[in-house]
Design a binder for this molecule. Structure first.
Ligand SMILES: [Zn+2]
Length: 406
């Protein structure tokens, strides 16, 4: 039966082009990006899927006065399985990011460009690739009259790109959609081979270091306190964090926690003034084994030392802070089913991996549900000339179809 399903999916190339063409033509931008939300795009999708004999969807709209429809749609297509004790979810997002600098595009961002197997345009990969693959898989089941093993739910959420408050976070807070035994797939990240299954993330904290000294003429350092010099000593000292928090976890690449001084704000405009103020930032990606408070306490300790040595005052704060969600076990149903399906379709050995920053899956994992983030993509999201391959969408659809039926 799976072979027949694969043949059906292989013949769906035109469907991929048609639905990508439709989705790309209705840019769903968040109000934060001067957009009007996802309603028009969701309506077009619903109308399209109705013609493709999909059942009526459920909608769990999050109220949002900033958009003209007054709400952000969260759409669920539920296909009954032989056994409704659990559900296989595929979650993709309706919203996109702006096109960005238009001169960097070789094509019109909101008009689908087809170049053989390659399709180009804003959103084709992030996240139409995953959403369309899930649609193609279900469409093949419906057309062939195959009932999936468990219920299958295609979830199209709003607001993924600017924080998920009106999307998955809203659903997790207000609606009990997920069951403990459900398999949750998020095809919104991946690699060109299709081997990487993302199951874990590091904690992240962006530290802001503000140093106050005293400005003076550069010829009389004795009359001031050089904030830049003090801060630079701290920036060097922060390197010691690598030795203090030195655990290794091979799931991640790199397998260690990282602590990197990054952004530096401008201080004085001229060379012959000793700066009285200095601001720099440190990007910390910390293995889930460590508490962020431990890292922050160490940084504070180091700052205390520098304050004493240079007679300055240092304020430590953060501009972003997110504790890592619980790791999804490599033995979870979702990772096992996905691994088996990837092996079968792409004939490769998939491997669970951890990544350095927070993803939308983290919200779901924090509520205790295992989630696998996966797709076979080239990671061109948010870039000019964003692209993906039709053959990879069809391949990913086969992977989903395998999970739905096996
Ligand atoms: Zn995305």
């Amino acid at each position: 039966m799976f072979q027949k399903l694969c043949e059906k999916i292989d013949n769906s190339k035109q469907s991929v082009v048609d639905i990508q063409k439709l989705l790309i033509s209705i840019p769903a931008l968040a109000p934060e990006s001067d957009g009007d939300g996802e309603t028009k795009k969701a309506e077009a999708l619903i109308e399209y899927l109705k013609k493709e004999s999909f059942p009526e969807p459920e909608n769990y709209p999050a109220p949002d006065k900033r958009v003209s429809s007054g709400e952000r749609p969260n759409i669920v297509y539920r296909i009954k399985g032989k056994d409704s004790s659990r559900c296989v979810w595929v979650m993709s997002h309706l919203d996109i990011v702006p096109a960005g600098e238009l001169s960097l595009w070789d094509t019109e961002p909101f008009k689908l460009k087809i170049d053989g197997d390659k399709i180009i345009g804003r959103g084709v990969e992030d996240n139409h690739h995953g959403g369309v693959a899930s649609y193609i898989a279900v469409k093949a089941l419906l057309d062939m009259g195959i009932t999936p093993k468990y219920d299958v739910c295609l979830l199209f959420v709003a607001d993924e790109e600017v924080g998920s408050v009106y999307g998955i976070q809203y659903l997790l807070d207000k609606h009990n959609l997920f069951g403990k035994d459900d398999l949750i797939l998020v095809p919104d990240s991946g690699d060109p081979t299709g081997a990487d299954i993302e199951v874990a993330e590091k904690s992240i904290v962006w530290i802001k270091v503000e140093t106050k000294g005293q400005q003076c003429h550069a010829s009389r350092p004795d009359q001031g306190k050089n904030a830049f010099k003090a801060a630079s000593n701290l920036a060097v000292k922060i390197e010691e964090l690598y030795e203090i928090f030195d655990k290794k976890e091979d799931l991640f690449n790199p397998p260690i926690s990282t602590f990197e001084p990054t952004k530096k704000e401008a201080n004085v405009p001229n060379v012959n003034t000793i700066p009285g103020d200095d601001v720099f930032y440190v990007d910390c990606r910390v293995l889930p084994d460590y508490k962020l408070t431990e890292v922050e306490a160490k940084i504070r300790e180091m700052a205390d030392e520098i304050e004493k040595k240079f007679d300055v005052s240092i304020t430590i704060s953060h501009t972003q802070r997110a504790k890592a969600a619980p790791v999804t076990s490599s033995d979870s149903h979702v990772v096992k089913a996905l691994s088996k399906a990837i092996g079968k379709v792409y004939e490769i050995e998939p491997k669970p991996i951890g990544i350095g920053g927070g993803t939308v899956a983290g919200h779901i994992r924090k509520k205790g549900f295992p989630v696998a983030v996966w797709s076979k993509i080239h990671e061109t999201a948010h870039q000019p000339n964003e692209y993906t391959y039709i053959s990879n969408i069809l391949g990913d659809a086969k992977v989903f179809a395998h999970i739905f039926t096996e």
